[in-house]
Write a protein that binds this ligand. Structure first.
Ligand code: ADP
Length: 408
């Protein structure tokens, strides 16, 4: 079975094509800067990588180009697009009604559209990806895999904000949580590696990329997470503030004279690592500057690790006294040993002891805590695309790959 996975963003479409019997990635690519003069597509098959500069005016052209590349005589991996059995789509927001991945129907499309109010930068484009692929692959099932769905199991004490209750009831203002597909994947993989049934597995998953979130997972389901009503909440990120005192926003508007649009721009695009360091939103550049003694870069690393530590320790009581593992993933979580080390300093209080040598030397997935650490610390590269392909496979009713930690 071949499954195409699409992640349709504001001006880009990322794709992966998976052969599910062997769980093998056949090819992947990225169409970028759709609608701009310098649009391009970069794709790779095995180790061969190619970039083609080409004006791609809209999503329809982008999708057609992807299908052409997949079936190209020289660079393609399929003879005909009819060999694509199903398409899985990453959808950022599913609101309250969505608690799992869903086969795309008119009703599901309506929900994705309605949730555009909550994720205006993502949902409209996610939906466009579905609409366009339906035109070129009629009859092929589409599956929507939602970032919010994995967190739908959070109890009310985790997701209700202490605002007047009507804001939740009338306006659906609540914590939703994001990065769910990644938190789910690394928790499954963590349980599998530790040989613990996933529905008995308690862990804290740390997804640190340009956006960053931490989730508490009890018996395999999400019970809390740091992101909230939007992906702005929680930890400081590349350009986002994460949690700040909400009165600061009012102060900036009422006393300092900023417009709401200006404040939105500051807290979403000019804050976080970039704002503190004045150097970059990219952790590699911060780390390099910190190594050279740059004080603001060092402060940025300290603020991030302080915030991560605080969230990790604050979540442990929700796990009923047993934490099996802390799992790091995402561009920073996977590639920055110094960040992991700074976060783990002090976590011995919850029984997590980092092995500094393993932390510095491990590439790929595995355990980086000391052998006798009661709480395992793990490094697991995320694979959201594979998770989307697996969810898609499950919903189109084919025989399903099971992680070795699921007993169903
Ligand atoms: P996204 O959230 O956009 O998917 P990624 O998961 O790719 O982002 O993470 C991007 C972040 O990962 C950036 O801050 C980048 O600096 C960081 N990163 C990637 N590689 C490394 C590395 N080798 N060392 C430190 N940080 C890294």
């Amino acid at each position: 079975m071949n499954i195409l996975v699409l992640n349709s963003g504001s001006s880009s479409i990322k794709y992966n094509l998976w052969e599910m019997n062997e769980k093998k990635l056949l090819c992947k690519g990225l169409v970028e800067k759709i609608g701009m003069d310098d649009s391009s597509v970069t794709f790779s098959v095995n180790d061969k990588k190619k970039t083609i500069q080409k004006v791609i005016t809209d999503y329809n052209e982008g999708i057609e180009l992807i299908l052409d590349i997949i079936t190209d005589k020289e660079d393609g991996v399929l003879k005909n697009i009819k060999e694509i059995d199903a398409v899985g789509h990453r959808i950022v927001h599913g609101g309250e009604k969505i608690i799992q991945s869903e086969l795309v129907t008119p009703e599901i499309k309506k929900i994705i559209d309605e949730c555009a109010l909550l994720a205006p930068l993502h949902n409209p484009h996610n939906l466009e990806g579905i609409v366009e692929i339906e035109k070129v692959l009629p009859g092929v099932p589409n599956v929507a895999v939602f970032d919010t769905a994995f967190h739908s199991t959070m109890p009310p004490e985790s997701f209700i904000y202490p605002l007047p209750y009507e804001f939740y009831e009338k306006h659906k203002i609540r914590r939703y949580g994001f990065h769910g597909t990644s938190h789910k994947y690394v928790s499954l993989r963590g349980a599998e590696l530790l040989k613990i049934w996933h529905n008995k597995f308690n862990c804290i998953t740390c997804h640190f990329g340009n956006g960053a979130s931490i989730a508490a997972i009890k018996n395999g389901i999400s019970v809390d997470t740091t992101m909230g009503f939007t992906p702005l909440a929680g930890l400081p990120m590349g350009t986002r503030t994460g949690n700040i005192d909400p009165s600061i926003i009012l102060y900036m508007i009422q006393e300092l004279g900023y417009t709401p649009e200006e404040v939105s721009d500051i807290i979403n695009k000019k804050s976080g690592f970039l704002g503190i360091s004045g150097i970059s939103s990219d952790m590699r550049e911060i780390r390099e500057a910190a190594t050279k003694g740059d004080e603001k870069a060092i402060l940025t690393l300290k603020i991030f690790s302080h915030s991560a530590k605080r969230s990790i320790t604050a979540m442990t009581p929700e796990l009923d006294g047993r934490l099996d593992a802390i799992i790091f993933t995402g561009g920073i979580g996977e590639n920055s040993p110094i960040t992991r080390e700074m976060i783990c300093q002090g976590l011995s209080i919850i029984g997590a002891y980092l092995d500094v040598d393993k932390n510095n030397s491990l590439r790929g997935e595995g355990i980086i805590s000391k052998d006798d650490s009661p709480v395992k610390i793990m490094l697991i590269p995320t694979n959201e695309e594979l998770m989307i392909a697996l969810e898609t496979q499950k919903l189109v009713g084919e025989s399903v790959y099971k992680f070795n930690c699921t007993d169903k």
